[in-house]
Design a protein around this ligand. Structure first.
Ligand code: AMP
Length: 411
């Protein structure tokens, strides 16, 4: 389906064209007409499905007809500053040929960025993309013009609740006019999201486009190792392959720092990103990585969700992520935009059980690649049997579950 068929504003179509979009993705096909018709929406759709444009395009289109000047007309609440920046950039591209104004409001910057935000919020900006804490700081000061607000978007809602933002979200909503269109996007739909939806949404249309399994194009491998083998093995892997853009995930900041130091010592083109870096530092590193001046980026899970970097061809899980969702988000950073990708996970002895649970959720085992002989003997893969019956991820047993409605993904 083309974007013209939605009947979108011509100047918006120009921006879509300039952004290089030709046809709507499945989530866009379903969501755009519903938003245009004024419905509230609850959609399970992950990053990579085109969900950002799915809510931005109809909002921009409607604002072009009915925006109130000098007001905030739409508010998009997101869990992280990185996601806020990314959505703002996407928005800038799509709305380039329109008069729609926007601003990203997030913590971590210096005093001048707070003042810039304050100015924009008191003068009014059509679309505000914010992280919860920072928005509340502005709302508390009383100058944010919200009377005309018509659209509220909660993006990555599950992540926001995981990060403890429930009260902040409800507080922000208490400042909004009661009659508005509400759109909630979430990668997963646990009960607490449904509870939130019941409180915020009005007779919502429900859409399910979750990619509940990683795209088949990602070649998934794993090494079964002793913890002490990880560093020599990763150096060997990086030297003996020819990947141009490599993202390595560690669960802990400490591991990110240590691994980056080790790789630097071996003269790899590598940098680190984690929450100790200030906002400018993070953006600089991301830019270097996106523009491919930096070959290897070592990251905490700060980057596993929501961040859109094309052309990563290798993702390495230096340690096993805490759950299946994080695993999928991490390896989903590769194989974006129809290209192939490769993922390796390093599994130490004490991480084997955790990985087995992930494999059960995936529904099939991940290929175990033999550790080269030069590294000496390595452990057997012998995890405890998972408590999940059937191994298909649909059994009970607590924990978070995948929805199994992945067939409508973009791929
Ligand atoms: P998202 O799921 O919103 O993070 O989008 C993932 C990527 O797909 C981003 O780089 C978007 O710019 C891109 N994208 C979104 N919609 C389309 C489309 N209709 N055609 C091509 N690329 C798209």
């Amino acid at each position: 389906m083309t974007f013209k068929e939605f009947g979108l504003n011509e100047s918006l179509l120009e921006g879509i064209d300039a952004s290089g979009y030709e046809n709507a993705t499945p989530v866009q096909e379903q969501v755009i007409p519903l938003i245009l018709s004024g419905k509230d929406i609850i959609a399970s759709a992950q990053t990579g499905t085109g969900k950002t444009a799915a809510f931005l395009l109809p909002i921009i289109h409607k604002l072009l007809a009915s925006r109130i000047e000098d007001q905030v007309n739409a508010l998009v609440i997101v869990p992280t500053r990185e996601l806020a920046v990314q959505i703002a950039q996407n928005l800038e591209g799509l709305s380039y040929f329109t008069p729609i104004s926007s601003i990203a409001v997030y913590g971590g910057g210096d005093g001048s960025s707070f003042n810039n935000e304050k100015q924009a919020l008191s003068k009014g900006a059509d679309i505000v993309i914010c992280t919860p804490g920072r928005m509340i700081a502005h709302l508390n000061m009383g100058y944010v013009k919200l009377k005309g607000l018509h659209y509220l978007v909660l993006d990555e809602a599950d992540r926001m609740l995981d990060m403890g933002f429930y009260d902040d979200i409800m507080k922000i909503i208490s400042y909004l006019p009661p009659v508005r269109q509400n759109l909630l996007f979430s990668a997963t739909m646990p009960m607490k999201i449904r509870d939130l939806a019941r409180k915020i949404l009005h007779e919502p249309a429900e859409i399910n486009i979750a990619i509940s399994k990683p795209p088949a194009r990602i070649v998934q491998n794993a090494f079964i190792v002793y913890e002490a083998q990880k560093i020599p093995l990763i150096k060997w892997l990086l030297k003996s392959t020819n990947f141009k853009s490599i993202l390595i995930f560690c669960s802990k900041k400490h591991n990110v720092k240590q691994l980056t130091m080790e790789l630097k010592r071996s003269r790899f083109n590598v940098k680190e990103i984690h929450s100790d870096l200030d906002q400018n530092g993070r953006e600089e590193v991301l830019l270097e990585f996106k523009s491919r001046r930096l070959q290897i980026l070592v990251a905490t899970d700060i980057l596993s969700r929501g961040i859109d970097i094309d052309n990563i061809d290798l993702v390495i899980n230096y340690d096993v992520p805490n759950d299946g969702e994080d695993y999928i988000h991490r390896i989903g950073r590769t194989a974006r935009a129809e290209t192939d990708g490769v993922a390796y996970t390093f599994i130490s002895e004490k991480e084997q059980n955790k990985f087995r649970v992930i494999e059960d959720l995936l529904g099939s085992p991940v290929t175990k690649v033999p550790v080269p002989e030069q590294f000496g003997p390595s452990p057997e893969y012998n995890p405890r049997k998972s408590r999940r019956p059937g191994g298909g991820g649909s059994g009970g047993g607590g924990g978070r579950k995948f929805s199994h409605q992945g067939g409508r993904g973009r791929h």
